[in-house]
Ligand binder design. Sequence first.
Ligand code: DOR
Ligand code: ZN
Ligand code: ZN
Length: 392
Amino acid sequence: EVIDGAGRILLPGLVDIHTHLREPGREDTETVATGSAAAALGGFTAVFAMANTDPVADSAVVTDHVWQRGQEIGLVDVHPVGAITVGLKGKQLTEMASMANGKARVRMFSDDGVCVENPLVMRRALEYARGLGVLIAQHAEEPRLTVGAVAHEGPTAARLGLTGWPRAAEEAIVARDALLARDSGYRVHICHASTAGTVELVKWAKAQGINITAEVTPHHLLLDDSRLETYDAVNKVNPPLREQSDVQALRSALAAGIIDCVATDHAPHAAQDKCCGFAHARPGMLGLQTSLSIIAEVMVKPGLLTWRDVARVMSERPAEIVQLTDQGRPIAVGEPANLALVNPDAEWAVKSDEFASLSTNNPFEGMVLPATVDLTMLRGRITAREGTVFPL
Ligand code: DOR
Ligand code: ZN
Ligand code: ZN
C-alpha cells in the first residue's frame, strides 16, 4: 500500500516518558491494553509506565509483567519505570540492577507518586543509578510542604478556601537534586516542571554544567489556576495548575530548550475517585490522546515551535533522555519505521467517551483542538489509523 502524505506532517513516533497505566492494581481505570490503545491513537510508539502501581513496580516481577503485556498487545513499546524505593514512601532502595537486567531492561527509575523525602536516599539512588547507567526521574515534591495541599498556593486558592501547594515545595527538590546531581557527577531528570522558579533553577543548573533534564506537561502549558473557580476536580493535579506567569515561563522555556521535552503525566482515575469535593478527589488527568493537539495549540499556532521542533520535544529528546536508540530518530529509507502521520489542518472536539482510555477524567472536554493523528506505525506495522487501533 502507498500512503499519501500530501498536506500531512510526518513525525517520528512520539515517545512519552511519563505515563500512568494502572496495571497491576487498578485495572478498572486503565490497563496496559487500553493505555496502549490511547497512546497509539495519540501518535505514540513508546510510553514509560510509571511505578506507582499496586503493587508498586519495585521488583522485576512487576516490571517484567508490564513489559510483557505491552509486547503481547503490540501497539506501543511499554517501558516500565522502576520505583527508586521499596513500597510506597519506602526508605530502602530497590534492586535496580535486577529490574535493569530483567526482561523489561528497565532504564528509568522514579519516585513519581511515591516521593523520596530523605535527601540521603536520593543521593544513594543517584550513585546506584550512575553505576548502572540508568535514569533517575524526580517527581519534584517536598512532601513536608504539601501536607493537605490541593491547589497552587496563591490568590485563587486563598479566595476559594483551598489549601495551597507552594512553589517552594517543587523548587526546593529541584534545587536539592540539581546539587546532588552536581556532587555525584550523575544526571537527574525533573518530572512535570510547573513553576517559573523551576525554569530558573534548571537554567542555572545547566549553565553550571550540571547534568539535568526537565519535562513539562501539556496541561501545565495550557491551563492556569483560574480553572479552579468551578471547584471541578477534573482540574486537580500534582503538581497543581499554576498562575498565568508560570504558564508563560514554561512555554518560553520549552521553546528555548531549557525544558527539554513534553511528557503527558497521563493519570487515569475512576469517576468515584474524582468526585466528592475538590479536597478529596485524586490528582491527575488524562493526556495521551490530547497531548499532540495541545502542543499544536499552545506552541505551534503562536509560532513558539515549528513542527520540526515538535519532533524534537515529543520524540527525539525524550528518546535521548531515556537512551532509547530504536525511537526518536529520523526514518531511513527501507527501515521499519516508528512514525506518526499528522494532519495539521484538521480540528476536532474533545469527547472523552470516545477515548480508548478506560477513564474519562480530563479538563479538555469539549475543547476544539488543532491537528489529528491519521496513522501511527510501530516498526513498520500500522498500530492506529483514523481512530481505529490494530493490536497484535
Ligand atoms: O497528578 C498526579 N497524578 N501526580 C502524580 O504525581 C501521580 C499521578 C497519579 O498517579 O495519579
Ligand atoms: Zn509526579
Ligand atoms: Zn506522574
